[in-house]
Design a protein around this ligand. Structure first.
Ligand SMILES: C[S@@+](CC[C@H](N)C(=O)[O-])C[C@H]1O[C@@H](n2cnc3c(N)ncnc32)[C@H](O)[C@@H]1O
Length: 208
């Protein structure tokens, strides 16, 4: 699938208007999700024929993107059942319901019986609940050979995350920067939209 076709498809997915502030429930724009999934396949072959897991799948933008790009099977996990209902509808709409499974659960306590090749995740940044980003990262690295994970940009955070990835037996192979638009979803947001720099980390486990 071409990048533009993936973007166009992901732009059609339904997005929830109500968001959970404590869960840092910010949606990834279709263009960013498409760019990440497309590059994961074209640069590294991490999507086609792979088992892909989206931790904190929200409306399913990464999971459905991976399925459209040719993943063999995709598992999307979220703690919000209303989000998973939207994922199911989106999956049907885009014809990926034969490839995708939606699991209601809390990321740290999940057990997977099958081998996951690639995790793609936009976890909570750990602003509302300190350490929430690390909880997701820890789970991702324990289940998959390759992880793509989005975090707040900044040198201090990069050093912190890289150190923790190494402690968990992984290695950061690539860091990309994106301008992430956060729309006014919550009462405490003053602007309609503000741009936040985020880093996408590609991580490989050293022995898996
Ligand atoms: C930043 S949003 C990303 C949503 C979606 N993946 C996207 O990129 O548009 C984080 C998601 O993680 C989910 N989440 C937060 N904490 C969780 C937990 N402990 N277990 C499972 N899901 C969680 C939220 O419900 C939310 O959908």
């Amino acid at each position: 699938m071409k990048l533009r076709d993936l973007e166009i498809a992901l732009e059609t997915i339904e997005r929830r208007s109500e968001r959970e502030v404590t869960l840092e429930d910010y949606p990834t724009p279709a263009t960013i999700a498409a760019a990440i999934i497309y590059a994961a396949q074209m640069e590294h072959g991490d999507i086609i024929d792979k088992v892909v897991c989206d931790l904190g799948c929200g409306d399913g933008v990464f999971a459905i993107g991976a399925a459209l790009m040719g993943a063999r099977r995709v598992i999307g996990v979220d703690i919000q059942s209303k989000a998973l209902k939207v994922c199911q509808r989106n999956s049907k709409l885009l014809g990926t319901d034969g490839t995708t499974d939606w699991v209601l659960g809390e990321v740290p306590s999940l057990e997977f019986r099958e081998t996951i090749d690639t995790v793609v995740s936009n976890p909570p940044f750990g602003v509302k609940k300190r350490g929430a980003d690390l909880v997701f990262l820890r789970k991702a690295l324990s289940i998959a050979r390759v992880t793509y994970s989005i975090h707040l940009a900044g040198e201090k955070n990069r050093q912190f995350l890289t150190r923790n990835v190494e402690k968990l037996g992984g290695i950061v192979t690539q860091v990309e920067t994106f301008e992430f638009p956060i729309r006014r979803l919550f009462e405490f947001h003053r602007k309609e939209k503000h741009m936040t720099k985020v880093n996408l980390y590609r991580i490989e486990m050293k022995e898996r």
